[in-house]
Ligand binder design. Structure first.
Ligand SMILES: [Zn+2]
Length: 297
């Protein structure tokens, strides 16, 4: 971490405090307080990397969030997007990928603290017990959760969501059958394994260029309750509640505080965007819709 980041962010947080507080008060008064959804990946003390946060830092963040915001479920975030009346900043906690180490400290802590949590699982890695490509490439082949762990989490009240089969770039998939498998079938198999309905899908990497309109339409037509991106943006009442924008649960506390206590620089992020359509043609959208149509045979 650069010195500018290390010292600049706390200074920014402090110096802009009065302005940000007045902005937030105005939003709260009009029922437009931001609805933030954080995504974490791996909570562990070994192999620090941009997608890992230490156990102590994670617990510190959760306790700070508990004190300063309302911690709610993903469906409550969507409800407030639909119905309005957001008078206090609300935050929902999510995880992506499915790391076994999360079961050592993070998940037991969240359950103990009664924090609503959604856990997005890459089904292929969990089923085959293979490390994620991004970890292998980084020289840290951390193991994914087992299906038994995922099932136990679900039983304990953690909402399980789908995060594709292979952690692919969904917008780069070449044909309709592949998109259908990654967005729908992997989630159905996960659903079968845990015996509970899968309601949400999170796009790997989750930037506009990793999402396609075809995949979003497919998820909606299939009956999912929502999809999650990772634009680093807030949600507000009045937004389309099917698309939940998320913010990285950054290991650096000062940055997290800036974002969650309202940072006007983030206000416009993800408001207007174009889904990538580089690999999916109109024809493929029709093929996807055919896959969804009830069988006539
Ligand atoms: Zn992921």
């Amino acid at each position: 971490m650069s010195l500018v980041t290390q010292f600049g962010l706390p200074v920014y947080h402090f110096a802009t405090g009065p302005y940000r507080r007045s902005q937030l008060q105005a939003l709260q008064a009009s029922g437009q307080a931001p609805l933030s959804v954080l995504f974490y990946h791996r909570v562990a003390d070994s192999h620090p990397n941009p997608w890992t946060i230490s156990v102590a830092d994670f617990k510190r963040q959760i306790l700070w969030l508990k004190q300063h915001c309302e911690l709610v479920s993903l469906s409550e975030i969507q409800k407030r997007m639909r119905e309005g009346g957001s008078h206090r900043p609300a935050v929902s906690i999510t995880f992506d990928d499915g790391y076994a180490e999360n079961n050592e400290h993070a998940i037991p802590f969240l359950l103990e603290q009664q924090v609503p949590t959604t856990y997005f699982v890459t089904f292929g890695n969990v089923q085959q017990q293979t490390a994620f490509d991004h970890d292998r490439q980084a020289g840290c082949p951390a193991m994914p959760n087992t299906l038994t762990q995922i099932h136990a989490m679900s039983e304990a009240g953690i909402e399980i969501g789908s995060h594709t089969r292979t952690h692919c770039d969904v917008a780069a998939l070449k044909n309709a059958a592949q998109i259908y498998d990654e967005v729908i079938v992997a989630g159905e198999q996960l659903q079968q394994a845990i015996g509970k309905r899968i309601r949400y899908f999170a796009f790997p990497t989750g930037m506009p260029e990793n999402m396609s309109r075809a995949a979003v339409t497919l998820a909606k037509r299939h009956g999912l309750d929502g999809i999650c991106s990772a634009f680093g943006a807030y949600n507000f009442p009045g937004d389309d509640a099917f698309h939940v924008r998320r913010i990285h649960g950054d290991p650096m506390m000062a940055r997290l505080k800036n974002w969650i206590s309202y940072d006007p620089r983030k206000r416009r992020i993800g408001r207007a965007f174009e889904f990538a359509e580089r690999a999916v043609t109109e024809q493929q959208v029709h093929e996807l819709m055919d896959l969804l149509a009830p069988s006539t045979s």
